[in-house]
Design a protein around this ligand. Sequence first.
Ligand code: SAM
Length: 326
Amino acid sequence: MSGISDSFQRPISYLRISVTDRCNLRCVYCMPPEGIVLIPHSDVLRYEEILSVVRVAAAMGINRVRLSGGEPLARAGLVDFVRMLSEVKEIEDLSLTTNGVLLKDQAAALKDAGLKRVNVSLDSLRRKRFKEITGHDRLPDVLDGIGEAEKVGLAPIKVNVVVMRGVNEDELLDFARLTVGGWNVRFIELMPILQKGARQPEFVSAKEMWDALSSLGALQACSPLAGNGPASYYQLPGARGTIGFITPVSDHFCFKCNRLRLTADGKLLPCLLESGEIDLRSALRSGASSEDIRQLILKAVASKPEGHRVSQGVVNQRRPMTQVGG
Ligand code: SAM
């Protein structure tokens, strides 16, 4: 298969899908406690509609799909949808990003339906603090979810930690120590994407994180984990797991961006942090053929910007992270 490339010769092989903008947590930097204006149910793509987009994209060279949200496990019928996606033969890597709250009960069924692996977002290992950050006392559920995902083989599991000054940066070493026993932890720089009413804690750069981790020993660069995503990976001496850094702000990785995003309401986004979107939902609901959808996907690929400008303080994305999948 020849695949598709954008105007900057980047091969596009990855589709990240927000299956819902609803979430069962209220992380301070993502949503205000009262929530945000939700997409009306009738505007959210039905699973069959998403599947038809995936089929066309797969025939064009997309071979990795990640489901996100909102909280994907909060949408009814997700396991059946995973099964439908896993039958698209070109998709080699089918994964999910979740807050883990509902993972324990769904992990085995998801694995059985064909999901390969999960990323779990977890910003604190301390129960009281977890509740302060997310608005809900669900840390034990998340830890149980990770345990169950491990047990059923949704591997490798990556634990994503957004590091925030004065909030959780004092847990860097605790998270890093868990990699010795086999956890794969990725520290993420907070992006300045603020929703009305949400709080923006202070940014911590990956360089600062790195310096803080040096007290645990010299980090050795290692090969990337499954997924070929934007993180750079390291290991502590003798560790079974890995430490990753994702640096959207201090050192953006746009030059190797390989992705498109599908919002919960059916818009294709060429870039996480720039404006611009292609309306697939209207096309899908007015009888578009596969060729019409293919042309719209090509249009989105052709309009991918060379890079975003978040390091210069410019964020043109007006949609909440829950609609674009984080
Ligand atoms: N509910 C799922 C979860 O928690 O993983 C999927 C959606 S959530 C929006 C996806 C990811 O985006 C989470 O890891 C979250 O921490 C991250 N995220 C949201 N806002 C962010 C920001 N301003 N900077 C960095 N990461 C952010």
